[in-house]
Design a protein around this ligand. Structure first.
Ligand code: PLP
Length: 489
């Protein structure tokens, strides 16, 4: 490679030329995305056999690298943006989100304090206030009040920082030595990120209450069960301090009853966090907003814009009622970061609202999404997926060999193939086999959960390219595989 054609660390003309090539590559990827097996079919360790065992000493060309991406990397990619992706929960990309990521990568600032890029902090405050309004969150979650919004990387980070804030607040009141007596409450359907936060927060694992749910509440947390647990703990001299409710649980999109739970939390001085990582997006539609009724009592509220809100990963939105609770537990003030605006307390420094110091300019991509699609565009995105899920649910209900296991509330359908009545089996192995055989086709990708001991298939609609023909084709595959397994094909 000649000296002139060598890639410099930054050069406007080289960037223009190379980035155009990359955009073409990505656009071609989306054009042909349906040609790939949705779930990567490689075996563990496949890549080490294909790549050299040390880094190149001399520069290579982008063209050569893109050939490797095509031939060696893409086979090991599971295509989350494929219209045939129905696994876990979606993780949307969009043109607007992509452009925002690109701009953010282009500017590449590190906006930990206001002074390090005032626009990064101020745009984040503005878009989170816009969204607080769009979700009809109470005024105290806005930056104009005592609280405010902040973009975290993930819902896991969001719950960690609020748990640390709640821990700090209670320990200031009751003394640091009370840490082993603090009790955390959530349902047994709560995402595992909460338990990880408790581990990091040094809580006594035996006092992390995972309260039982069952089909009688469609796996939502019962206020009576919570109340009883809190009463027992208080009677034993323990200190309840944190409650996490979920709107749209990971297994089955159960919705915990926020008004009743919030009332109990408030009357006991417990921090009340609402995790709406997936289903929060739906609440931008007036007809789904009621699912977060009761958020008025919450101390913190989280939704992942990177799940179902056309915002490329990562972008998790957290609002708190009292920003000082976060700041008091997470702020540091070293000499080398001091500046006039921060010292005079004229500004927000988001470094004090999160675990790391450095932070990306994520609000740019959220701003791009909001401006390029508008709230109405986002609403129709959500509604179209919910309609597709309702269509799938109808198909399942029409086939007596299957059952829908929990009510569909958003865009997830939980269902299973019924074992033959004379088989004497519980159907779990049958459904495991069905999932394996469906996923091994490479034509669709779905995942599972277990509820009350039943192995259940999850069909989560949410990829931006999914249309009714993809849902119909997925159902056809499921029916065909079911027929083979039941032996009546
Ligand atoms: N909470 C819920 C309800 C989830 O469904 C998930 C992930 O699917 C999470 C939290 C964790 O999300 P993240 O990967 O952003 O930490």
């Amino acid at each position: 490679m000649s000296r002139e054609s060598q890639l410099r660390p930054m050069d406007a003309e080289q960037l223009r030329e190379q980035a155009h090539k990359m955009v073409d590559f990505i656009a071609d990827y989306y054009k042909t995305i349906e040609n790939f097996p949705v779930l990567s079919q490689v075996e563990p360790g496949y890549l080490v056999k294909l790549l050299p065992d040390s880094a190149p000493n001399h520069p290579e060309s982008l063209q050569d690298i893109l050939i490797d991406v095509q031939e060696k990397i893409l086979p090991g990619v599971t295509h989350w943006q494929s219209p045939n992706y129905f696994a876990y929960f979606p993780s949307n990309s969009s043109i607007a989100g992509f452009l925002g990521e690109m701009l953010s990568a282009g500017l590449n600032i590190v906006g930990f304090s206001w002074i390090t890029s005032p626009a990064a902090t101020e745009l984040e405050m503005i878009v989170l206030d816009w969204l607080a309004k769009a979700f009809q969150l109470p005024d105290h979650f806005c930056s104009t009040g005592q609280g405010g919004g902040v973009i975290q990387g993930t819902a896991s980070e969001a719950v960690l920082v609020v748990l640390l804030a709640a821990r700090h607040k209670i320990l200031r009141k009751v003394g640091k030595s009370a840490l082993p007596k603090l009790v955390m409450y959530a349902s047994d359907q709560t995402h595992s990120s909460l338990l990880k936060a408790c581990q990091i927060g040094g809580l006594n694992p035996e006092l992390c209450r995972s309260l039982r749910t069952d089909p009688s509440t469609n796996y939502a947390l019962s206020p009576d069960v919570l109340y009883e647990a809190i009463s027992n703990d208080i009677a034993s001299g323990l200190i309840p301090f944190f409650l996490c409710a979920t709107v749209g649980t990971t297994s089955s999109t159960a919705v915990d009853p926020l008004p009743a739970l919030g009332k109990i939390a408030k009357s006991h001085g417990i921090w009340f966090h609402v995790d709406a990582a997936y289903a929060g997006s739906a609440c931008v539609c007036p007809e789904y907003r009621h699912h977060i009724n009761g958020v008025e009592e919450a101390d913190s509220f989280n939704m992942n814009a990177h799940k179902w809100f056309l915002t490329n990963f990562d972008c998790s939105l957290l609002w708190v009622q009292d920003r000082n609770a976060l700041i008091e537990s997470l702020s540091t003030n070293p000499e080398f970061l001091k500046n006039k605006a921060s010292q005079a307390k004229l500004v927000i420094d988001y470094k004090d609202w999160q675990v790391p110091l450095g932070r990306r300019f994520r609000s740019l991509k959220l701003w791009m999404v909001l401006r390029l699609y508008g709230l109405e565009g986002l609403r129709s995105h959500i509604r179209s997926h919910i309609d597709l899920a309702a269509h799938f649910e109808k198909l399942v209900r029409q086939d007596p060999r299957f059952e829908v296991v929990t009510p569909r509330t958003f865009s997830l359908v939980c269902f299973r193939l019924l074992p033959r009545p004379d088989s004497g089996h519980d159907g779990n192995q049958l459904n495991r086999d069905l999932l394996d055989s469906v996923n091994s086709t490479g034509n669709i990708f779905m995942t599972h959960t277990v509820l009350s001991g039943k192995y259940i298939l999850r069909f989560a609609v949410g990829a931006p390219l999914t249309e009714v023909r993809h849902v119909d084709a997925a159902w056809q595959i499921l029916q065909d595989k079911a027929s083979s397994l039941l032996g009546n094909s």
